[in-house]
Design a protein around this ligand. Structure first.
Ligand code: PEP
Length: 264
């Protein structure tokens, strides 16, 4: 997984015709052979099949926005990892902040989803990041720089530790972490390069501590109001292994320009 990664999370948007048109436009703009970076489209469940067929034959991968933590059974309304594989997905986003904070998903549920999805053969994009209140509390909380950092990193640390503790080290290569400060998602607010570098550096340290052999090689993405106007700056941060894009992935032109800025 050494190529940079660009993930387009369509969230709860687009009907079949629109999804077909957007995925078709992205394939046409990029060309079927494009592989300078790995692109993943993450549409809603209802159009996975349509989008999967449209991108088939290209190097674009298909992902889902969520999964349930059981293989099958009486769980009305839920979708399992084998169903996602069957629909053509090889990626799944787990622990997106909209699921944590709007749908009330817990760290325990996230771990359950992650372990099962990995064992079924899906690659995981695990989202982590602090809320605005948590960031402000950290900044106000201490004059001392190392104490401030400890407070700032604490939500991300807890989310990563709760999701990944005691995981077989070899499984870590199936996981990508997306650092998405909650206050930057869909708000137009951006983390600065130094804010991104600070947290990404910390995540790398934590992963290396948890998985001394392979933790250092885990890809860490940035997400939160990524646009054509800020992508160059974000990608100039050494630690950034790619981006998770929400709103700007709904326009073929913007998403294409973001991909080209990342991969060339
Ligand atoms: C996201 O969906 O994870 C996201 C970062 O959204 P946006 O780019 O719209 O902020």
């Amino acid at each position: 997984m050494d190529k940079k990664l660009v993930v387009g999370n369509w969230k709860m948007n687009l009907l079949r015709e629109e999804a077909l048109e957007l995925s078709g436009a992205i394939v046409s703009l990029l060309g079927e052979d494009y592989d300078a970076c790995q692109v993943v489209l993450v549409p809603p469940y209802t159009v996975l099949d349509v989008v999967g067929r449209r991108i088939s034959g290209s190097n674009i991968d298909l992902g889902a926005q969520n999964v349930f933590g059981r293989i099958s059974g009486a769980f009305t309304g839920e979708i399992s990892a084998p169903m996602l594989l069957d629909a053509g997905c090889n990626w799944v986003i787990i622990g997106h902040s909209e699921r944590r904070h709007i749908l009330g998903e817990t760290d325990e549920q996230i771990r359950e989803k992650l372990l099962l999805s990995i064992s079924c053969g899906l690659k995981i994009i695990l989202c982590v990041g602090e809320t605005e209140v948590q960031r402000e509390e950290a900044i106000r909380g201490s004059e001392d720089i190392s104490a401030r950092k400890e407070l700032l990193f604490s939500p991300t640390k807890t989310q990563i530790e709760n999701a990944l503790h005691d995981l077989d080290e070899e499984r870590i290569s199936d996981i990508v972490i997306a650092y998405e400060p909650v206050w930057a998602i869909g708000t137009g607010k951006n983390a600065t390069s130094s804010e991104i570098a600070e947290v990404h550096g910390y995540i790398r340290e934590l992963l290396t501590e948890m998985f001394p052999g392979l933790g250092g090689s885990v890809k860490v993405l940035y997400g939160g109001s990524v646009k054509t106007g800020n992508i160059e700056k974000i990608m100039s941060v050494d630690e950034v292994g790619g981006v998770l894009v929400g709103g700007a992935s709904l326009s073929a032109d913007s998403f294409f320009r973001i991909i080209k800025s990342v991969g060339g």
